[in-house]
Design a protein around this ligand. Structure first.
Ligand SMILES: [Ca+2]
Ligand SMILES: [Ca+2]
Length: 468
C-alpha cells in the first residue's frame, strides 16, 4: 500500500530530515565532555591560619584570600591521615588509610601491595588525555623518586629550599627556624612558582593538569628575612590555649604520639614560643607569595577562563595547642586544612561549612572532567557544592591516626575514639578550640552514637604495613 502524504506533511518531513542532517545530535555518547584545565596548588603543613579562615589575627595571605574570593572556600575541610605521607597517599588514591593500610612513611604509594592497579589521579588524568605537569612535593617521596616522575613532566627538577650553614634556633637541623639572608630566587618553592607561572602563560594543545607542590611552611622554617619582618617578634600573638587542657583527654599517651617535633615544655623553658610562631607565620606569607606568582601566570596567560584552580594543604599544624607541636593528632589543629576550588562555573566568594575531606578530591576531579570512575573511590564528589546546591549534605568526615584511633567531624562536632574505647567529644558551636571534652556527659549520647557510626570498624588483625 502506498502511503499518501499531504504536501503540508511533505514539507514538514523534509524540513525535519534537513534539520537532522545538519544539526549535531542532542545527546550522543561520543560528544566531547567539558575538559577544563586543572591547576592544583598543594601546600605542605599549612594549618587553618589563612586570612579568610580568620584563625590567627596577624597572618597575611593576600593571594590565597584572593583565590578564595574567586571561588568556593571550604571552611570545614579535613585530612584522612595526620601527616604528610599517608595523607597524600589517601588523597591521591581516593582510598582511606583504613583501606590501604598506609598510615606511616612506608610503604610508598607505588610500593603498597594494597594499591597495585589503583592509579593516582594525576596518572588517571594522563590516561584521559590530559598533559600532566608537576613540580615540588606532591607524592611524599618527593621529586625524582617514585610516581612523581611517572605521573608528570617535571616543571622543575628539584624544588628544595636552602638552609643556613649553622642552626639558628634549634640543634636538630630539620626542625630549625629563622630568617635566611637569601632572595626569593634562591628558594626552591619560589623557583617552582615562577616556572609554573611561565608554563601557564604558554599555549597548550591539549587540556592540562599542573600540580605545584610547595614545601613551606613545613619545617625547617627558613625563609628570607623580609617575611619575618612582617611579624615583629615582640608583637607576635600566640594561639589561645589552656594550661589544664589535657586534664580531660582520656588517652594522652596515644593522643600525643611522640615524634620529631620539639617538646612544648622545652619551647617554654627556652622562651621560644613567639620565635617559632613568628617563623611559621613568616613561612605562610612566603608560600602565599609563591601562590601569588602562580595565579599571576594564570591571569596573564590564555587559560584564565577555562582553568579550575584547587588549593589544599596535606594537614594542619599545632603551635603549642594542647601542649603539642606540629601534626599527628586527631584534633582540629592537625585535621583542618584550607581547601579552595575556583574557576569557571563556580560562584565567586562563596563558602561551605559542610564537613569535607581530601578524600573527596579524586571523585570531584572525575566529575569535573565528566569521566568514568576508575576504581572504587571512598570520598564523595563535591560537584553539587561547586554547583551551588546548598541542600547537599556530606557525611561526617573521618581522620585516622592509626588503624585503631579515629576521629569523625560533622558540621558541629568532633568525636574521637581511641583503641581502648575512650572518647572525646567537642561542640564546635561554642568550643572552637576543643577545650571541653563532653564525652562523659550522657546528654550527648545520641550525637556520639551518630558519629561513632561513621568510624571504621576495629580492624580484624592489623592492617598496618611496616617496612624498613
Ligand atoms: Ca605535610
Ligand atoms: Ca580539655
Amino acid at each position: 500500500m502506498k502511503l499518501a502524504i499531504s504536501p503540508c506533511w511533505r514539507i514538514l518531513l523534509s524540513s525535519l530530515i534537513l534539520l537532522l542532517s545538519v544539526a549535531p545530535p542532542l545527546q550522543a555518547d561520543d560528544s566531547p565532555p567539558a575538559r577544563p584545565n586543572l591547576l592544583v596548588i598543594a601546600i605542605d603543613d599549612l594549618n587553618d591560619w589563612i586570612g579568610v579562615l580568620d584563625e590567627h589575627p596577624q597572618v597575611q595571605t593576600p593571594n590565597i584570600d584572593r583565590l578564595a574570593a574567586r571561588g568556593l572556600l571550604f571552611t570545614n575541610a579535613h585530612v584522612q591521615a595526620t601527616f604528610c605521607a599517608p595523607s597524600r597517599i589517601s588523597m591521591l588514591s581516593g582510598r582511606l588509610p583504613t583501606t590501604s593500610g598506609c598510615f606511616e612513611f612506608k610503604p610508598r604509594y607505588d610500593q603498597a601491595a594494597t594499591l597495585q592497579g589503583i592509579a593516582p589521579w594525576p596518572m588517571w588524568l594522563g590516561r584521559q588525555g590530559y598533559k600532566t605537569y608537576g613540580g615540588g612535593k606532591i607524592f611524599h617521596e618527593g621529586t625524582g623518586a617514585g610516581w612523581t616522575v611517572d605521573c608528570f613532566e617535571q616543571i622543575i627538577p628539584s624544588g628544595r629550599n636552602p638552609r643556613p650553614d649553622t642552626p639558628i634556633h634549634w640543634p636538630v637541623r630539620v626542625w630549625d627556624w629563622g630568617p635566611i639572608d637569601q632572595p626569593d630566587s634562591a628558594m626552591g618553592d619560589y623557583h617552582l612558582a615562577v616556572e609554573t607561572g611561565r608554563l601557564l602563560k604558554q599555549q597548550h594543545d591539549q587540556p592540562f593538569l599542573m600540580v605545584a607542590g610547595f614545601r613551606r611552611p613545613h619545617v625547617p622554617l627558613h625563609v628570607p628575612k623580609k617575611y619575618f619582618d612582617r611579624y615583629p617578634l615582640k608583637d607576635v600573638v600566640l594561639p589561645e590555649v589552656r594550661e589544664d587542657d589535657l586534664d580531660d583527654v582520656p588517652h594522652p599517651e596515644v593522643a600525643l604520639t611522640p615524634h620529631a617535633a620539639p617538646n612544648h615544655a622545652e619551647i617554654l623553658e627556652k622562651d621560644l614560643w613567639k620565635s617559632l610562631t613568628q617563623a611559621y607565620l613568616a613561612s605562610i606569607t612566603f608560600v602565599d607569595h609563591c601562590v601569588g606568582e602562580v595565579l599571576a601566570g594564570l591571569d596573564e596567560g590564555p587559560h584564565g577562563k577555562n582553568t579550575i584552580v584547587i588549593l589544599w594543604s596535606d594537614h594542619g599544624f599545632h603551635l603549642g595547642e594542647k601542649q603539642h607541636w606540629a601534626k599527628r593528632t586527631l584534633w582540629e589543629e592537625t585535621t583542618r586544612i584550607p581547601m579552595i576550588i575556583a574557576g569557571p562555573g563556580i560562584e565567586a566568594g562563596t563558602t561551605c561549612a559542610e564537613p569535607v575531606g581530601l578524600i573527596d578530591l579524586y571523585p570531584t576531579l572525575v566529575d569535573l572532567i565528566d569521566g568514568a570512575t576508575p576504581h572504587e573511590l571512598e570520598g564523595v564528589s563535591l560537584l553539587p557544592l561547586l554547583q551551588g546546591k546548598s541542600e547537599f549534605r556530606h557525611p561526617p568526615v573521618v581522620t585516622s591516626l592509626t588503624p585503631e584511633d579515629h576521629a569523625a567531624r560533622s558540621r558541629d562536632f568532633r568525636y574521637i575514639r581511641y583503641r581502648d574505647g575512650s572518647e572525646e567529644l567537642y561542640d564546635h558551636r561554642n568550643d572552637p578550640h576543643e577545650f571541653n571534652n563532653l564525652a562523659d556527659d550522657n546528654r550527648w549520647d545520641s550525637v556520639k552514637a551518630e558519629l561513632a557510626n561513621a568510624l571504621p570498624s576495629p580492624p580484624a588483625g592489623t592492617t598496618e604495613e611496616k617496612q624498613d
